[in-house]
Design a protein around this ligand. Structure first.
Ligand SMILES: O=C(O)C(=O)C[C@H](O)[C@H](O)COP(=O)(O)O
Length: 213
């Protein structure tokens, strides 16, 4: 897959809803009902971070949920990419970007939303054809004002800011011309997942899905 078509697909995924839930799954039994709640609430694009032992199994379970599209987050190297594809991930997300990771995703036909936190990082990705990027870590990199400032000289790049974003701060990002959607874990808080409070999670998803952009 060329960087151009990968970035186009990443853009389409980002435009599905204003928020991409960032999920850390500890118990694979939670994967399917959690995905069902988020999709029912109006958030179809889901990112499962490869940070727990059951993450790959969780991706495989979530991929069965109708109406959802499941991606793998925290992709760091080619082994992660191979495992994510094998599990059924339909897109990838990474905190930053290396040439090795980009090549691995291109070779595996996995659309990637690569991370950038500065103008130089964003420009390097753009040089290679990636004009849809994750701005990470968003809040500590200057938040919405920083992303707005990056957008002034680089309007060709669109972002999914992620990291430290909440329901309260999401609108600041979503109001920017260069923001397609935001990523965040707040729609699936650990305590609600642990309590299997799927209705409450669906309600959080619905609230997030109604954010305007
Ligand atoms: O592991 C990755 O690849 C990530 O994408 C990290 C996430 O961006 C943050 O975990 C977002 O979490 P919050 O800041 O709680 O919304």
């Amino acid at each position: 897959m060329t960087p151009l078509s990968a970035t186009q697909k990443a853009r389409d995924i980002c435009l599905m809803a204003p928020v991409v839930p960032v999920l850390v799954i500890d118990d694979v039994a939670d994967a399917r009902p959690l995905a069902e709640a988020l999709v029912a609430g109006g958030l179809p694009a889901l990112e499962v971070t490869l940070r727990t032992e059951v993450a790959l199994e969780a991706i495989a379970e979530m991929a069965k949920v109708e109406g959802g599209i499941v991606g793998a987050g925290t992709l760091l190297n080619s082994a992660d990419v191979a495992a994510a594809v094998e599990a059924g991930a339909q897109f990838g997300v990474s905190p930053g970007a290396t040439d090795m990771l980009l090549t691995a995703c291109e070779d595996a036909d996995l659309p990637l939303l690569p991370g950038a936190a500065s103008a130089t990082e964003a420009m390097r990705l753009m040089e290679r054809g990636y004009t849809t990027q994750k701005f990470f870590p968003a809040a500590t990199s200057g938040g919405a004002p920083a992303l707005k400032a990056i957008g002034a000289p680089l309007p060709q790049i669109s972002f999914c800011p992620t990291g430290g974003i909440s329901l309260a701060t999401a609108p600041d990002y979503l109001a920017l011309d260069n923001t397609l959607c935001v990523g965040g874990s707040w729609v699936a808080p650990k305590d609600l997942v642990k309590a299997k409070a799927w209705d409450q999670i669906e309600a959080l998803a619905r609230e997030a899905a109604q954010l305007s952009r």
